[in-house]
Ligand binder design. Structure first.
Ligand SMILES: Nc1ncnc2c1ncn2[C@@H]1O[C@H](COP(=O)(O)OP(=O)(O)O)[C@@H](O)[C@H]1O
Ligand SMILES: [Mg+2]
Length: 263
């Protein structure tokens, strides 16, 4: 068994030569400059990179929240550009969960109502066994009747994560989900996301700039200037920090060389 071939991993999402530009002519910004990435099912993947490197743009394109300038995106076997509006709406609703930095909960609804909102809108009921598993995993059973302003930031983000998971999407994207949290609350949310991957078999992609947050994941993909520049598996805070420093050094050298060439 142990020296047999590595089992083929199923791809949950894929980007192929993805490009995204904002603005026109002199004002043009190349946010993504040919990104190709495979996200494997049942893995927790981190995307890291300096501010402005294209992390949020990549998340939005992978989650079908925005259109690429060129290139293609697959969720499972489905290529997004082949879908009509109705199919896209269904895919966003059924196949993709999204967790935002700013929680985005509805203040007038209870935790339970917030978690069930996307399903309610779709006229669906949760699978009861899965719902129970998600609620226990987030550890919110005694908070279900509370409204967001009666909960800590960490609890609110766990509600947002439960909302993303409850429909059992193919993939969950989280854009700096711990960015607004103190380190204790951040650790709660990261543990929950990790647990949802390890114990519930979910697929999660998370943007972060925190090496400690990245160390909860299975794999880190590094972006710089709209390109994938590196990746690593089994990250630790130390190895991630070291790799980030290397990437930064390389960027400085490239900038210095460009300046030298221009002079
Ligand atoms: N809606 C937009 N209009 C114009 N430029 C944008 C827009 N969104 C992002 N950008 C630019 O694209 C680049 C990548 O942004 P973003 O994906 O938000 O990076 P990150 O999440 O890594 O900080 C940045 O230069 C940013 O200013
Ligand atoms: Mg961002």
């Amino acid at each position: 068994m142990s020296d047999g071939p590595t089992p083929a991993r199923t791809i949950a999402a894929r980007a192929v030569d993805l490009r995204k530009t904002y603005g026109k002519q002199e004002a043009e910004v190349r946010a993504l400059d040919g990104v190709s990435i495979d996200v494997y099912e049942g893995e927790f993947t981190a995307v890291m990179g300096p501010s402005g490197s294209g992390k949020s743009t990549l998340m939005h394109l992978l989650a079908a929240l925005d259109n690429a300038t060129s290139g293609s995106v697959f969720i499972g076997d489905t290529e997004l550009s082949g879908l009509n509006d109705k199919q896209l709406t269904r895919l966003r609703r059924d196949d993709v969960g999204f967790v935002f930095q700013a929680f985005n909960l509805v203040p007038t609804l209870t935790a339970e109502e917030n978690i069930l909102l996307p399903l309610s809108i779709a006229g669906r009921k949760p699978d009861p066994a899965w719902y129970d598993e998600v609620i226990d995993t987030v550890g919110l059973r005694d908070r279900l009747r509370h409204r967001p302003n009666e909960m800590s930031g960490g609890q609110q983000q766990r509600v947002a994560a439960a909302r993303a998971l409850v429909g059992r999407p193919t993939i969950v994207f989280a854009d700096e989900p711990t960015g607004n949290l103190d380190s204790t609350s951040g650790a709660e949310v990261l543990s929950f996301l990790q647990h949802s991957v390890r114990e519930l078999g979910q697929t999660v992609v998370m943007v972060t700039h925190d090496p400690v947050a990245a160390s909860y994941t299975d794999r880190v993909v590094f972006l710089a200037d709209g390109k994938v520049v590196d990746e690593m598996r089994a990250p630790t805070p130390e190895t991630v920090l070291e790799r980030m420093a290397k990437i930064q050094m390389r960027a400085l050298e490239t900038a210095a060389a460009a300046e030298g060439g221009a002079a």
